[in-house]
Design a protein around this ligand. Structure first.
Ligand code: FAD
Ligand code: UDP
Length: 386
């Protein structure tokens, strides 16, 4: 009989891997070996104090929001929260206007003074008739017309994805609502908050358990020979797992340029989007997100790239078709479970990944997800200073 030192080998210490690890180790008493090829936990949500002592997100702005009480309560075992409602401005025609589109966006852009009801009529007059809403172009022009589409969506989307909005699923642009009131929040979810001491501290609390062995700076393939395990949870890119057998799945990458400025604030909003000029899509100023007081301020610029670390699955029909082939193959591989944004090729937010990981855990143990998340307050959360 082989000696299985570990019940699970979990590949990737981002949200998907960390939630699975936490539940399997703590809830089910499994011995888990968690491996990540990066030098840190947290995956793309990793944050840290930069050389100036400012808390920054290494891989671009991560703002937590969810409508799921279950997900919020689950994560609350590992962190306190700082209430935070995100706001974004877009730089268009020399003006900074609220994004998503609301009453002020339209009034500012066109020098109008419309009421909400008048804006409804305006949208109705400029909206294009689209027989079926399939693409991101359809989603926007059928709601707000071509001019606002061209001012706010066309350039940004071409830059972000290297594709025209007409080549992307409607769901991409439909992530942004259109409002006829003055609400300028980016999200309207019931729970909007940032982990008070940062995402990484929250992950540290999740993973602080004797059943968990963490190995960083290591590709899981380098562990396969010496680490006996029963099951694998894989959260990396699914095409890579299968050596690109059906071809590469496109993932969009980003290059991040971090800067610190010798002033208290750099820009008048947490995020400023640049749809029509500049090589970058947006600038984020972290102190707004974290609430940190500091005489200096750190920002990050995002430059979309076709090569580099995979950050975004690219939602369009031909990619879904390739993914389906990998998914079908994945279902035939015994003892390996695919979870997370890269492994299931879904443009999911953090809360959706948490829910997906909890669901997978419940499925592995033939129980309902609610059984994992209700009741029992766990002692993982610590209040020590950062
Ligand atoms: P990841 O965080 O990508 O983790 C996967 C991990 O697996 C990585 O750490 C990787 O190093 C590791 N790995 C892969 N292959 C191997 C291997 N062979 N061996 C070892 N390790 C491996 N969501 C929100 O809710 N709100 C936001 O504001 C938000 N902003 C975002 C901004 C940007 C720029 C990006 C890119 C994403 C944003 N997201 C946001 C989405 C969020 O990042 C994801 O939903 C979430 O981090 C996905 O978690 P994951 O565990 O699936 O993947
Ligand atoms: N988008 C846009 N203009 C903007 C903001 C968003 O065209 O000012 C489009 C773009 O295609 C983007 C998508 O809407 O990729 C989703 O935006 P979101 O801010 O949700 O993207 P993320 O934060 O995931 O990068």
């Amino acid at each position: 009989m082989p000696d299985f030192r570990f019940d699970y080998l979990i590949v990737g210490a981002g949200f998907a891997g960390a939630v699975m690890t936490e539940q399997l180790a703590r809830r089910f008493g499994k011995r888990v070996l968690l491996v990540d090829r990066r030098p840190h936990i947290g995956g793309n949500a990793y944050d840290h104090y930069d050389e100036h002592g400012i808390l920054v997100h290494k891989y671009g702005p991560h703002i937590f929001h969810t409508n799921s009480k279950e997900v919020f309560d689950y994560l609350s075992r590992f962190t306190e929260w700082r209430p935070y409602e995100h706001r974004v401005k877009a730089s268009v025609d020399g003006k900074l206007v609220p994004m998503p589109i609301n009453l002020d966006t339209v009034n500012l852009l066109y020098g109008l003074n419309l009421s909400g009801a008048e804006l409804d009529e305006y949208f109705a007059s400029v909206a294009e008739r689209v027989p079926a809403i399939r693409t991101s172009e359809d989603a926007v022009v059928s709601r707000v017309g071509r001019d606002l589409y061209e001012k706010l969506f066309l350039g940004y989307t071409r830059k972000q994805w290297g594709l025209d909005p007409s080549q992307l699923d409607a769901a991409v642009a439909a992530r942004l609502p259109v409002r006829t009131n003055r609400d300028d929040r980016y999200f309207t979810d019931a729970y909007q908050a940032m982990p008070r001491r940062g995402f990484t501290r929250m992950f540290e609390n999740m993973l602080d358990h004797d059943n968990i062995t963490l190995v960083l700076k290591t590709d899981y393939r380098d562990l396969l020979r010496w680490a006996p395990y029963r099951e694998v949870i894989y959260t990396g890119p699914i095409d890579e797992f299968f050596d690109y057998r059906f071809g590469r799945l496109p993932y969009r990458s980003l290059e991040f340029r971090h800067e610190t400025h010798e002033k208290e604030y750099f820009q008048p909003a947490p995020v400023v989007n640049y749809p029509n000029d500049r090589d970058y899509t947006r600038i984020t100023e972290f102190k707004y997100l974290t609430g940190q007081a500091h005489p200096k301020t750190s920002v990050v610029y995002e430059y979309p790239r076709s090569e580099g670390d995979p950050y975004y699955p690219v939602p369009r029909p031909q990619n879904a078709e390739i993914y389906r082939k990998y998914q079908t193959l994945a279902e035939t591989v015994p003892h390996v479970h695919f979870v997370g944004r890269l492994a299931t090729y879904r443009y999911y937010n953090m809360d959706q990944i948490v829910a997906q990981a909890l669901t997978t855990c419940a499925r592995l143990h033939n129980c309902r997800r609610a059984e994992l998340t209700n009741g029992r307050a766990l002692p993982a959360y610590q209040t020590s200073a950062p």
